[in-house]
Ligand binder design. Structure first.
Ligand code: C2E
Ligand code: CA
Ligand code: CA
Length: 555
């Protein structure tokens, strides 16, 4: 091993050569050695995959040799000697290399010697292709894929490295495929991936997750704000790129999460990232959304809290429970139903409302487990209440991600059969967010459930821009008017008229109208003149436990 320190200038040259190499080396690891100092740089991904000491190494050939299968070691050693002694100018061989878990991957290693003007060898560089590594590479873009992404995040968590993770993607990718064909669609993805790799991160820190969603991971730097990189990226694709003579404009969405807490798992990190991305797409017109509050104690706490929530889904839903808020008949004010509302509680974090849990969980693969539990638990409790109120209806909130699952209606029938409750006692509430689903699918699900006798309610009517569109396309049994429209009707004539129009319109489509957020007798009195069917609100009762509910109905 050379004792001489590797000069700065030589390192700069090594780096720039290495980086140009890395760009053209599709799907492979890259190494480059300055032979004068026997000092090398190796791909970060290779260093990580085989647990090598560092990207920069003296005597890397010998370090790597330790990882080579004993039966292949001699041939490897000879090959390398030939290169370093000047006997050979190139190197091309296969060997098995040991992974940290003890297994071996088959690799093809190719390299050449680069000489200076005087014929003196200066660099030895090449690629190592890992034949077992396909699982980590996206074949279309050559970038690391979702698996690689998860693996890398796990490593960062393990090594307690503070990083920034960004997700960027574009909307309506299927339109591009439909209009221009798959070939063009593929080229758009490749272009997008390449741009990210060259301008935002590098090959090893850029990932294609799925469809048109990509991610970048970078170590946090003070001077490099993600907003700036994102806006640059956004304006580049908004101007349009030319692919095979077609000008294609991409509208981006982006989310960021800072990983600064290491008491989490990668799934939690992904949930937070998905949340930020979806928020950007749905509510922020594509502006970059940062999860939590950058690198503050709050962010860490938030991540850890969500991790705790995640873990309890896996631990048989420990800490989750339902509260029930009565729904009363507008005329008689008798309880005719209730809405099940989710809560989560732990010693460390206290009680969390659904708004703090559901948006993070609903895009997670574990969400259906929770969704099914909510359904079954609510139906079991409803049966208990029905002993006192035979016509009782239980309202259960759905997330759009539940509805889009192919087996969703089956899970509803299962829960109904398991508890033996009549389907007409079950009312499923969908919010406007269901409009994100395919209309045909949504209409099909609703028709199937209604045909089977289950009631469907449209929740939070009026809060989204497409409420009216939805009720003209789909049939709902009940329309629930959001409480935000009710709050000021005692003082504000205009709000009062607006609410009147809402109830009128909802009623015109044949649905029962339920108004939420009745907090005072005054509000109730106004609404009674509007032909509303039922009320829900603190004036009657806050959400309560099943025990409290049973006490109430027992009288
Ligand atoms: P939501 O479906 O609109 O539920 C009504 C919310 O309004 C509840 O908040 C309830 O506690 C609150 N509320 C009821 N009456 C009044 C009132 O008079 N005044 C005021 N200020 N608020 C009132 P909560 O329990 O925090 O639930 C928030 C949202 O979380 C729900 O809104 C619903 O969209 C969602 N959610 C709750 N449980 C579930 C669930 O099991 N699954 C799904 N997917 N979403 C749920
Ligand atoms: Ca609801
Ligand atoms: Ca509501």
């Amino acid at each position: 091993m050379m004792d001489q320190k590797f000069p700065e200038e030589a390192k700069r040259r090594l780096d720039s050569l290495f980086e140009s190499y890395a760009i053209i080396a599709e799907n492979t690891y890259v190494y480059l050695c300055d032979m004068r100092y026997n000092y090398s740089r190796w791909s970060k991904a290779l260093v990580k995959a085989f647990d090598l000491p560092s990207e920069y190494m003296y005597d890397a050939g010998l370090i790597w040799e330790e990882h080579i299968h004993p039966e292949d070691r001699e041939a490897y050693h000879r090959g390398l000697d030939d290169v370093f002694s000047g006997k050979q100018n190139a190197h091309d061989m296969q060997y098995r290399a040991r992974r940290p878990d003890g297994g071996y991957d088959l690799c093809t290693c190719r390299g050449i010697v680069i000489k200076d003007e005087d014929g003196e060898p200066v660099y030895f560089g090449g690629t190592i292709r890992n034949h077992s590594d396909k699982n980590y590479i996206d074949t279309l873009t050559g970038l690391r894929n979702r698996n690689g992404f998860f693996l890398d995040i796990q490593n960062y968590i393990q090594n307690k490295t503070t990083i920034m993770i960004g997700m960027a993607g574009f909307s309506k990718f299927s339109n591009i495929n439909e209009i221009y064909g798959y070939e063009v669609g593929n080229k758009v993805l490749q272009h997008f991936g390449r741009y990210l790799m060259e301008n935002v991160s590098n090959r090893e820190g850029t990932y294609r997750l799925d469809g048109s969603r990509f991610a970048v991971i970078s170590v946090v730097q003070e001077e490099k704000k993600p907003e700036q990189s994102y806006e640059k990226l956004r304006s580049y694709f908004r101007k349009g790129i030319n692919v095979d003579g077609n000008d294609i404009i991409l509208e981006l969405n982006g989310g960021v999460v800072y990983l600064d807490s290491f008491n989490v798992d990668y799934r939690t990190v992904l949930s937070c990232l998905n949340y930020a991305y979806q928020d950007s797409k749905r509510n922020k017109h594509g502006d970059l959304v940062t999860f939590g509050r950058e690198l503050t104690g709050d962010n860490r706490k938030e991540l850890e809290k969500l991790y705790a929530v995640h873990k309890s889904v896996a631990k048989e839903l420990e800490g989750f429970y339902l509260l029930y808020q009565p729904v009363v008949d507008a005329e008689t004010e008798k309880i005719i139903g209730a809405e099940a509302l989710l809560r989560w509680k732990s010693d460390e974090y206290g009680t969390l409302p659904p708004d703090a849990i559901i948006p993070f969980l609903e895009t997670d693969p574990i969400f259906p487990v929770l969704g099914e539990w909510i359904l079954c638990k609510a139906l079991e409790d409803a049966k208990k209440i029905m002993e006192y109120i035979p016509d009782f209806k239980i309202n259960i909130n759905l997330s759009y991600t539940q509805v889009e699952k192919a087996d969703f209606t089956d899970s509803v029938w299962n829960a109904i059969n398991k508890t033996g409750i009549g389907p007409e006692h079950v009312c499923l509430e969908m919010t406007e967010r269901c409009r994100l689903l395919d209309m045909n699918l949504l209409s099909d699900v609703i028709t199937r459930l209604r045909t089977g006798g289950v009631k469907i309610a449209l929740d939070d009517f009026g809060t989204g821009y497409s409420s009216v569109g939805l009720i003209t396309k789909l049939t709902f049994d009940t329309i629930k008017i959001d409480r935000s429209f009710v709050q000021n009707i005692e003082q504000d004539e205009q709000e009062k008229r607006l609410l009147y129009n809402f109830t009128d319109m909802a009623g015109a489509f044949g649905a029962n109208v339920c108004v939420e957020g009745i907090e005072t007798a005054g509000i109730r009195d106004i609404l009674r003149t509007y032909g509303v069917h039922s009320f829900q609100g603190y004036y009657y009762s806050k959400p309560i436990t099943i025990e409290e509910f049973l006490d109430k109905v027992r009288g």
